[in-house]
Ligand binder design. Structure first.
Ligand code: SF4
Length: 709
């Protein structure tokens, strides 16, 4: 490897639910290895889930690794969409001249979501990344400019790809067992089936392709040289493992004869083609399998295009139940509740089938995972929503749910499945019928008497918790709120994004949660303020107790008169920032800055072309500052009236000020004042933002000193 090759950063923006973390990023490892092999590229892979610290830490890290010829950003699922954009903006600020390429399921399904005017993304790759990414780098090396969109260019034979270069994760291997629950690798790609809810087709079309059986086994051996596989549940994350019977058996026999023995293999497959020999091989090679059953209703299976012969498909599941018990194979069936076209009758039919299935014997080696239908871009349902509405009366409430970063999980599943079945009835049925069933399965679940049973037991009990009445009520209440949001009088909040960069850092999570609450309450409305609150870490400005007070939103204890507050609840901070409505390039004045936190927020919003001035001393008579300012904050205590000395520094054409006005010892108003005009013609509009209680810091004579009490 020479030092003159292109330098490439591949970055995963992280997932929203850290508990689901898989370790491995095999899609990025494969692309990185391919670029190393063909272009002698130097490749760095960064997973933001695994990076500690805040944006400043990441700036330092990425700057020390760069500069880069090109950066690839994984927009894997629609749940990652906004995070991907936020990270894209962050990267663009850091490396303004470096092309940014996005790929993944969401990018493949809806490239236009990433290629709008003002997007930080320059190019989108549809489908699998190896070949198009190589073309992009070659174009750049030749002095050209990559096209905005590269269409699918899939490797026909996976053996043409270089071996997984797991050394690309050397940065993370020493901590891998702390970072992930499962170790992820692909041995095949694509799926030939046409299930209506599945987004697989957006990325890989309908062609199933696999490494040759020998190569597949070699890849597992290679993985075993980087980590002790006996410590891991190895997730063969193929969309459909072992579609071809001969391939499946050769791989399983190869695993057995090579003695590859992780704690457990986990993979998704179909039951239709599993014979006794397969079940025995799977059990002996330490597999547990997930089966996408989806429904127990032949009618729904037909609607979902799960197969041409639903009855045979259901019979195969029953056969698997019996064979797995005989051979000691653990498995989980997954069902989807509330797919478009679902009715109360099909719901009951599925539930009755599952009750029969799981009570065929006193013990069960299978468990049940119950999911609501979720609308995924790239799935046939999403592409043909109008047809589904026409056929079944389905109502999709949030056809672009992924653009709501704080509420996406709810919106993805919020739809009326059919004219006969409402969202609320679907929710009630799902929790009321399946809660008791999964609890019964949990009680009768039989593991394999090995330490891996703990993994299964956790999955089984997770299902019981997820299907509790408390969860049901949360979903029903959220839907009721959504109905109000749509009423003309309701406050529809549609802030279009951003978020912190490190989902595992508790301090970042605390900040995200505070912002989430303010969004839901309708306090936050602009992306710039949301981004500032998420980006500026309060830690350097406050003690830990003060930071908790800021983010927990508790009203501050009223300290002595004349003593400015050090901490305002984040709600007041947000109200003030929204009212000041600053834009990049504006000038802002922070009067009486107690800690510097508010000034840092202002600085983030006005950016490099703007200016923030802080003063100390008597805030009612600021000395030594040169106006005019677009916005002034006087927010650490109450004053009897908006000070004339401050008004002079506000821009005569719409300069804004936020402060607390009112008497001593009684509640005051948080107000926004706006100046119009100059001299005699000056007019001041005043708007009350909130009523609250603070210590007075000024009287009619000016700034109060604590000694003057
Ligand atoms: S749900 Fe499974 S079987 Fe159906 S198309 Fe997707 S990957 Fe294939």
């Amino acid at each position: 490897m020479t030092s003159s090759g292109p330098k490439i950063l591949l970055i995963s923006p992280g997932v929203l639910r850290p508990m689901d973390l898989d370790f491995g990023l095999p899609h990025l490892v494969s692309i990185g290895g391919y670029l190393r092999q063909h272009l002698r590229a130097r490749v760095e892979i960064i997973d933001l889930c695994y990076e500690g610290g805040d944006p400043e830490h990441l700036s330092r890290l990425l700057t020390s690794l760069g500069p880069f010829t090109v950066i690839g950003l994984s927009c894997y699922s629609s749940f990652d969409y906004l995070r991907c954009l936020a990270v894209g903006r962050f990267l663009k600020r850091l490396f303004p001249d470096t092309p940014l390429v996005a790929g993944g399921y969401h990018a493949s399904a809806l490239p236009e979501d990433l290629l709008f005017d003002g997007s930080p993304i320059d190019t989108v790759v549809r489908g699998e990344g190896e070949r198009p990414f190589r073309q992009i780098v070659e174009t750049l090396l030749g002095g050209g400019r990559p096209a905005p969109l590269y269409d699918r260019d899939l490797p026909e034979h996976l053996d043409e790809l270089p071996p997984y270069d797991w050394a690309l994760l050397n940065r993370y291997w020493p901590r891998a067992l702390e970072l992930g629950r499962k170790l992820q690798v692909y041995l095949s790609r694509g799926c030939p089936y046409h299930c209506t809810f599945c987004m697989e087709r957006a990325k890989s079309g309908y062609a199933w392709r696999a490494y040759s059986p020998e190569r597949a086994v070699d890849e597992l051996k290679r993985l075993g040289r980087f980590t002790d596989l006996s410590q891991w549940v190895v997730n063969l994350a193929d969309p459909l493992f072992g579609w071809q019977r001969a391939w499946r058996r050769e791989v399983l026999e190869g695993i057995l004869s090579a003695g590859i023995a992780p704690r457990q293999f986990w993979t998704l497959t179909r039951a239709d083609d599993l014979q006794e020999e397969d079940v025995s091989l799977l059990a002996r090679s330490r597999f547990s399998i997930g089966i996408g059953l989806e429904s127990g209703s032949p009618k729904m299976l037909g609607i979902m295009q799960k197969g041409n012969t639903p009855e045979r498909y259901l019979a195969a599941i029953e056969r698997l139940m019996d064979l797995s018990r005989a051979h000691g194979l653990n498995w989980a069936a997954n069902i989807i509740v509330g797919h478009p076209g679902e009715t109360p009758e099909t719901l009951r039919e599925t539930h009755a089938f599952l009750q029969r299935l799981y009570s065929r014997a006193p013990e069960t080696g299978g468990w049940l995972s119950v999911d609501p239908f979720r609308l995924y871009p790239g799935a046939q349902v999403h592409e043909q929503m109008t047809d589904w509405t026409r056929r079944f009366g389905t109502q999709f409430h949030h056809p672009e749910w992924w653009k709501s970063w704080y509420d996406g999980a709810f919106r993805a599943q919020h739809l009326e499945p059919s004219a006969e079945l409402s969202y609320a009835d679907r929710v009630r049925f799902m929790y009321d019928a399946y809660g008791p069933l999964v609890a019964d399965i949990a009680a009768r679940f039989r593991g394999q008497g090995r330490n891996v049973d703990r993994v299964f037991e956790r999955s089984v009990t997770e299902q019981v918790t997820l299907l509790s009445p408390a969860q049901r009520d949360i979903h029903l209440a959220r839907a009721a709120r959504a109905a109000n949001e749509k009423s003309p009088a309701g406050a529809q909040v549609s802030v279009s994004f951003p978020l912190g960069l490190n989902v595992r850092d508790p301090a970042s999570q605390q900040r995200e949660n505070a912002v989430r609450r303010l969004l839901e309450a309708g306090v936050l409305r602009s992306a710039a303020v949301v981004e500032a609150l998420l980006t500026i870490d309060p830690a350097p400005f406050f003690t830990p107790a003060e930071r908790d007070a800021l983010l927990s939103d508790a009203p501050p204890p009223v300290s002595a008169e004349g003593v400015p507050l050090r901490v305002l609840p984040v709600r007041w901070v947000a109200l003030a920032l929204e009212a000041l409505s600053l834009a990049p390039g504006d000038r802002a004045l922070d009067l009486a800055p107690a800690t510097g936190y508010f000034a840092a927020l202002l600085r983030h919003i006005v950016g490099a072309p703007g200016e923030v001035v802080s003063t100390t001393g008597d805030a009612t008579r600021p000395a030594g500052v040169r106006g005019p300012f677009d916005a002034v904050f006087l927010g650490v205590g109450a004053v009897p009236a908006w000070p004339r000395g401050v008004l002079r520094h506000m821009h005569p054409q719409g300069g804004r000020g936020v402060g607390f006005i009112g008497p001593r010892f009684r509640p005051q108003d948080m107000v926004c004042v706006v100046r119009h005009g100059e001299g005699e013609a000056t007019r001041v509009d005043e708007r009350v933002l909130a009523r609250l209680r603070l210590p007075a810091v000024a009287g009619v004579e000016g700034w109060l000193r604590p000694a003057a009490r």
